[in-house]
Design a protein. Structure first.
Length: 185
């Protein structure tokens, strides 16, 4: 009888399954710092963490969004925004084109003299980099913004681990700032 009560009590506390699975440990954004100075490139320094080690982070995204636009929040959300993806292993940087919906056809490589842009921003590879240290990855992206993209912006970030698991907090705002009228790329 005692064995039966103990077993029943254990099932109530632990659930019906004898095997308990925890959620997989995945990479996630931690923090962002911005150097927002009028008339010069803006440096975004973003930190991401993976409990299995920084080398387990495959790629990260930084989404500079207009006021009241959330990543994935509505149809066509990625059009007319500044969305950048950084592949850690290859140092490839991608930008969503003006029409949105997909990453551009060709990346540029961080640390080179390459640039590319859309009607909102220009990415400068020379000032961009990634560094893995312990369980973190720090990504530096250098951007300039166009005059037509001026105004209040929010920064959202996401990360993907080497197993294809994306962070769940992609709609968490990491920064809010004002883009001053700049030059057109």
């Amino acid at each position: 009888m005692r064995l039966g009560l103990s077993l029943c009590f254990s099932l109530i506390l632990c659930g019906c399954s004898t095997t308990r699975r925890s959620a997989p440990a995945i990479s996630s954004p931690v923090s962002a710092m911005l150097s927002v100075d009028a008339g010069s490139p803006q440096r975004f320094t973003a930190t991401f963490r993976d409990p299995n080690g920084g080398s387990q982070i495959a790629e990260v995204t930084l989404s500079v969004m207009s006021n009241n636009v959330l990543p994935g929040g509505k149809s066509g959300w990625s059009a007319h925004e500044c969305l950048v993806r950084y592949d850690i292993a290859t140092n490839a940087i991608w930008l969503v084109p003006e029409m949105g919906g997909t990453w551009g056809s060709q990346p540029i490589t961080a640390g080179t003299s390459s640039t590319f842009g859309n009607f909102q921003c220009t990415v400068m590879a020379v000032g961009s980099s990634a560094q893995v240290s312990g369980d973190t990855v720090t990504v530096n992206l250098e951007l300039t913004f166009t005059a037509q993209f001026a105004g209040t912006k929010q920064l959202y970030m996401a990360s993907e681990d080497v197993n294809g698991n994306w962070s769940a907090n992609y709609q968490q705002k990491f920064a809010s700032f004002i883009v001053a009228a700049g030059r057109t790329p």
